[in-house]
Write a protein that binds this ligand. Sequence first.
Ligand SMILES: Cc1cc2nc3c(=O)[nH]c(=O)nc-3n(C[C@H](O)[C@H](O)[C@H](O)COP(=O)(O)OP(=O)(O)OC[C@H]3O[C@@H](n4cnc5c(N)ncnc54)[C@H](O)[C@@H]3O)c2cc1C
Length: 464
Amino acid sequence: MAVNYKSVPMREQLPDIRRKNFDEVPLGYSEEEAVEEAQRCLQCPKAPCISGCPVNINIKGFIKHIQNREFKEAVNVIYESDTLPCVTGRVCPQEDQCQAKCVVGVKGEAVSIGRLERYVADRDLEQRANDTKSIEINENLKAAVIGSGPAGIACAADLAKAGIKVTVFEGFHKLGGVLVYGIPEFRLPKRIVETEIETLKKLGVEFIKDTLIGRALTIDNLFEKGYKGIFIASGAGLPKFMGIPGENANGVYSANEYLTRVNLMKAYKFPEYETPVLKGKSIAVIGGGNVAMDAARTAIRLGSEKVYLIYRRTEAEMPARLEEVHHAKEEGLIFKMLTNPVSYSVDDKSFVKKIECISMELGEPDSSGRRRPVPVNGSNFEIDIDVAIVAVGTTPNPLIAKTTPDLKIGKYGEIPVDENNMTNKPGVFAGGDIVTGAATVITAMGAGRNAAASMIRYFSDIEQ
Ligand SMILES: Cc1cc2nc3c(=O)[nH]c(=O)nc-3n(C[C@H](O)[C@H](O)[C@H](O)COP(=O)(O)OP(=O)(O)OC[C@H]3O[C@@H](n4cnc5c(N)ncnc54)[C@H](O)[C@@H]3O)c2cc1C
């Protein structure tokens, strides 16, 4: 059989149009396109793609079903390992994971595993929205989940399917974690996350919003209320800053605040919605990951004339997904690579006016294996800006740690767990970014599922 080394492209909104709207950029495959792309899969006996997936989805198996136009069977294969394929099909860094191991990719373009996953998952989403399957719940066996991001959703789903009464506590007024307050609509439509939450509600999961555990209630209060197991999935939402002069000026945002204002509080519709955001004519976004890319592409959509991406290494070292980098370039983002901010200067009302930067060059590899960026003496220069968005990482929020004195906490505020996602405190499990630090949707989702399986075993032990 002749190998087809060229993948079927996915239709997209054109850059000039999408710069002015928040609608999703890639438009998805048609049935014919999906089947054609699936035919490129060689069904390799060893299927190395599976080992590239953090949750080992049976990729070869689901693609075989697409080749046979068995779409329901295909998505059911994915559900065995992945609770949120509509999401992971869109946001996983496939080029570093499953697709990096694709045999077709050695000589040509890898099979578009993520796009195929998205295709079958999207087909199924509509049907699931109308599903009314219910499960018998044991009201005496109560579990609490803290946080409604991918780790919390995945854990709650598996617990509910096992007949356990689950309550999810969420600090925000909207459910979905980073999937709703961080990742913008143009990459992940909110209706997908809403449907996932609705599915959980139909399974009997209760959601309590606007409730910060550690403030409204503590972990020990939850045990007193009769919850027998608790899963902490509170993420890593506390932004880091660089600690450089002028960083507290007006107009300098953390990416989390900026994206939360726009995505969750709909600041782009101010004053119809109450939350404002500074739009700025010239914006500097600092960082090279997905968060930086999302902030920069959001700023472009809010009408900024110049949006600079300031990153201290080169494009090759940027952790952002390749597709986002490609889309951002098409949308006009100005890449300032090998550049690091040194300070901000302000006007007489303390609004940011300029960012001073220094050029960098790459030295020896550091502990991450990437070449260390080193400042080039005397290369300082300034860029006129009126908004800066800092996207240089996040850490866990310390609230739960501070109010749970007997819970062991790591040196970065993370919660250490064993292979069962169990913490040192009996009955308390944790998973997702709160354990790993800022990571990916699929690893958080996988941790939620592992914790649910462990909690089910734990419940059966304490019941006996
Ligand atoms: C802008 C952005 C873009 C990203 N892009 C990608 C991408 O393209 N691909 C990818 O794989 N990953 C991406 N990530 C990372 C990914 O979204 C996270 O790794 C993932 O969401 C972590 O899931 P989680 O469930 O652990 O935490 P979160 O999604 O952070 O959810 C935690 C939830 O807990 C709530 N919470 C926190 N504390 C409390 C408390 N005390 N009480 C009650 N509720 C609480 C929070 O409000 C939040 O809703 C991105 C992250 C960001 C910020």
